[in-house]
Design a protein around this ligand. Structure first.
Ligand SMILES: [Zn+2]
Length: 248
């Protein structure tokens, strides 16, 4: 078992309720809560370098793997980068995709920056310092004394702490097989059933599926290649134990 698979076991899981037509073996649509919506919308924020890092070469359409292996193989003497992982394992710009967080400890959140002002005793510097630096000990442009007095950085107060993600909850959303999404309402579900022109409603089956890291990677992969993502991941080759809640 790889490290990634081990992590997948402990990663948080998200839930989707699928309406499946057993006749055609396809997902008609899914009901999803805020957490699942946030995950799917968050896919838009994944840097391409991380997509290549997370998926295998065969799973990525186009030529990005060539760009990726080029920087992987380029001799250090050509690089201006001190750490090529900036390109090879870019960090997610958001914390709302914990299922796809890179696994390297080197990619953990960097410590907050430290800022310094002049330590000199010249009146203009002591009473009213004009300069600030993040390089401790740099000579002060005003009096040439080292800038070594640490300052306290005030961050923007976090409003609405505890609220994160992209869409509001608790609302149920409708996710189509091609991952288009909209708020759910009884009317739209009925309209959808009409649109699918189902002849045999007895073949409809409701399933609740959970997805963790492994299925998230499958979703990411399928979303790059397919318009029937939910069917591909959860019905065609089921990856997870599917709880059949009820058959309608
Ligand atoms: Zn100074």
């Amino acid at each position: 078992m790889t490290t990634k698979e081990k992590e997948g076991l402990s990663a948080p899981k998200l839930q989707l309720k699928l309406l499946v037509d057993q006749h055609s073996n396809r997902v008609l649509f899914a009901e999803a809560g805020k957490e699942a919506l946030d995950f799917l919308l968050g896919l838009l924020r994944i840097p391409l370098g991380l997509v290549v890092h997370l998926l295998t070469e065969e799973q990525i359409p186009g030529s990005f793997t060539s760009i990726y292996s080029s920087i992987q193989n380029l001799d250090e003497s050509y690089l201006m980068l001190s750490d090529r992982d900036v390109l090879l394992k870019p960090r997610l710009p958001t914390v709302s995709l914990p299922l796809l967080e890179p696994d390297s400890p080197a990619l953990a959140t960097p410590p907050p920056k430290r800022y310094y002002r002049c330590s000199g005793t010249v009146h203009t510097c002591r009473g009213n310092p004009l300069y600030m630096t993040d390089v401790g000990g740099m000579p002060c442009p005003n009096c040439r004394q080292p800038m070594g007095t640490e300052m306290n950085f005030l961050e923007k107060p976090k409003v609405n702490s505890g609220k994160s993600g992209y869409v509001k909850g608790p609302i149920t959303y409708l996710v189509m097989d091609d991952l288009s999404m909209m708020p759910m309402s009884t009317i739209s579900a009925i309209a959808l059933l009409k649109k699918f022109q189902l002849k045999d409603l007895s073949m409809l089956c409701e399933m609740t599926v959970e997805f963790g890291r492994k299925e998230s990677l499958e979703l990411l992969k399928a979303s790059l290649q397919s318009k029937t993502v939910l069917t591909d991941v959860f019905v065609s080759e089921p990856l997870v134990d599917i709880d059949r809640l009820q058959t309608t």
